[in-house]
Design a protein around this ligand. Structure first.
Ligand SMILES: [Zn+2]
Length: 173
């Protein structure tokens, strides 16, 4: 994924992406919550449109199939929700384990439900976080960012993979 942290005019780190043109500076928590609460529905709309034979087919060996991207999106959203919680509640958080999924065996309905739970959960958590919580420091690749950057990374990662799958399905729907 072609993304990176860029420093804004006020010195804060913001996530950007030259591939899907995500710009962290144009997002706030309200926008992130709206995106997260409709994330599973966005995936469902996209996958429903796709011919079923393409859902589990990798376009090339090193590129995930649509259902593998879906499973990855569920995993990343789940683990980032946990990472955000840890950074809000602890000064020196440890990182949760990430589980690896076998994309070919992904149960699409169950995965959409799990993704919906994780994404809505993160959106609901944001209701409870104060501005000070979102400004708590997070070190990412030796850069001192904040919790909001982690939240927007969850949004960007999901949005980027919707973009990946849309690109795969172009001309097939
Ligand atoms: Zn991107």
């Amino acid at each position: 994924m072609a993304y990176g942290l860029e420093q804004g005019e006020d010195g804060r780190w913001i996530e950007g992406c030259d591939e899907c043109h995500f710009d962290g500076a144009s997002w706030d928590t309200v926008g992130a919550q709206q995106f997260l609460r409709s994330l599973a529905a966005s995936w469902r709309t996209l996958l429903d449109r796709a011919p079923s034979k393409l859902l589990r087919t990798r376009p090339e060996p090193s590129t995930w199939s649509p259902v593998e991207y879906l499973a990855h999106c569920r995993d990343v959203t789940t683990v980032l929700r946990e990472i955000v919680q840890r950074h809000v509640t602890r000064d020196d958080p440890t990182m949760p384990e990430r589980s690896a999924t076998n994309g070919l065996e992904v149960d699409v309905e169950a995965t959409l439900t799990e993704l919906d739970d994780a994404a809505r959960g993160l959106a609901d958590d944001l209701d409870a976080y104060s501005e000070a919580d979102l400004a708590r420091p997070v070190e990412i690749d030796d850069k001192l960012a904040d919790v909001l950057v982690l939240v927007l990374h969850a949004v960007h990662d999901a949005d980027h993979h919707l973009f990946d799958v849309r690109r795969q399905l172009v001309g097939h729907d």
